[in-house]
Ligand binder design. Structure first.
Ligand code: PLP
Length: 375
């Protein structure tokens, strides 16, 4: 740290130089984040000094959190669900599994997740010292139910289903997993970090939310498709006693038994989530999701025209394209300033059509993809 401070102007110039090194979202197809909605930015700025870790000092912010939780609970089919706003999908998954583990007297348990689960579950194994058992996927890249069943034993504390897998955007058979969880007397946690703000707005019967009786908890991330600011995560429980299993005694705060993993928590993120949800409403969100799905279909149709097939028909706004050398193609596209990612199994090019994507960016991208594949 320097001895003498710089002027505000110099500091701002330094920040600007660094900001210019960051990429702008318009050529990014690899991210599950997107620029926040303008109203989220306004809300965030207004509440940036508030701390939900000490809610007695910020009762207005705490009310925003409670209302945001209630709105997400309604969206997920059970308005009475309880929970809190986390820093994102990783924290929500950690806490859901911690609650499941704390429901048992033993500590050396295991959980069963599909092989498609986000890598946050590997961290959970390490942090909570529980075994993470990975079930095979079926041909559609959904959790294979026979494999799931074969991995459950009397030390299993939770089954995990994914509603919108990170790599392929696939949805596990949550209804059937719920029956397995009920038969085994264990929790069923649904990781809808990405799908939580997509699937409720799609046509069709998506039986993956709290309307499935066995679902005990759901991860949903407003800082992804919810267009709120980072760090804006959500964790919901069907039963208050499961939330209570996360409580710790805090002697010096204005809340005696906080449930969140982090101590100091951003009230700004809560304000941003509340603002976007109230501003867009279901109608506004549906428009955003419809647009992302239209762009996903445009991407798939354009890819087919140049002879490239999707790994699966997109369920959500995640498009995966089969090709011989996706890593090489990714590197060539990088030279053309496109950011895309790849999947592991099956190997494919992975593209996420987010609110910042446009028909123009899709068409330009497809032109470059065609050139790169010709090489
Ligand atoms: N779960 C799923 C399904 C995800 O796709 C992600 C991130 O992409 C996460 C959890 C982790 O979320 P975060 O990066 O906000 O911790």
């Amino acid at each position: 740290m320097r001895d003498q401070g710089k002027s505000e102007e110099e500091v701002m110039e330094g920040l600007q130089r660094m900001r210019e090194k960051d990429l702008s979202y318009h050529r990014i197809f690899s991210s599950m984040c997107t620029p926040p909605h303008p109203i989220a930015l306004l809300a965030h700025e207004r509440f940036q000094e508030t701390n939900l870790g000490d809610p007695g000092l910020f009762p207005g912010s705490a009310e925003l959190e409670a209302e945001a939780v209630r709105m997400m609970a309604e969206l997920l089919g059970y308005p009475d669900a309880c929970g809190y706003l986390s820093t994102g999908g990783t924290e929500s998954n950690i806490q859901a599994i911690r609650a499941a583990r704390n429901a048992h007297s033993f500590r050396d348990g295991n959980i069963v997740v599909p092989k498609s689960a986000h890598f946050s579950f590997d961290k959970i194994g390490d942090l909570l010292s529980i075994e993470i058992r990975k079930a095979d996927l079926d041909d559609d890249l959904k959790a294979d139910l026979a494999s799931v069943e074969s991995l459950i034993d009397d030390k299993t504390v939770s089954l995990v289903g994914i509603a919108g897998t990170t790599e392929f955007g696939q949805v596990d058979p949550i209804g059937e997993m719920g029956e397995i969880a009920l038969d085994s007397g264990i929790h069923l946690h649904v990781d809808a970090a990405f799908g939580g703000f997509v699937l409720p707005f799609l046509e069709g019967e998506w039986r993956w939310d709290f309307t499935v009786e066995a679902v005990t908890s759901i991860t949903i991330d407003p800082h992804k498709m919810g267009m709120a600011t980072i760090p804006g995560g959500g964790l919901l429980f069907r039963r208050p006693e499961d939330l209570e299993r996360l409580a710790a005694y805090a002697p010096y705060l204005t809340v005696a038994r906080p449930k969140a993993l982090t101590g100091t928590r951003s009230g700004a993120a809560a304000a941003a989530i509340w603002a976007v949800m109230n501003h867009l409403g279901r109608e506004g969100f549906k428009k955003v999701i419809d647009r992302c799905m239209d762009l996903s279909r445009r991407m798939v149709a354009g890819a087919r025209e140049i002879g490239v097939e999707p790994a699966i028909e997109p369920v959500m706004n995640v498009v995966t394209l089969r090709m011989d050398d996706p890593e090489g193609v990714r590197a060539d596209l990088l030279e053309r300033r496109w950011r895309v990612s790849t999947t592991r199994c099956p190997k494919a090019l992975r593209l996420i059509l987010m609110p910042h994507s446009t028909a123009e960016s899709v068409d330009l991208f497809l032109e470059d993809l065609r050139d790169v594949l010709k090489r």
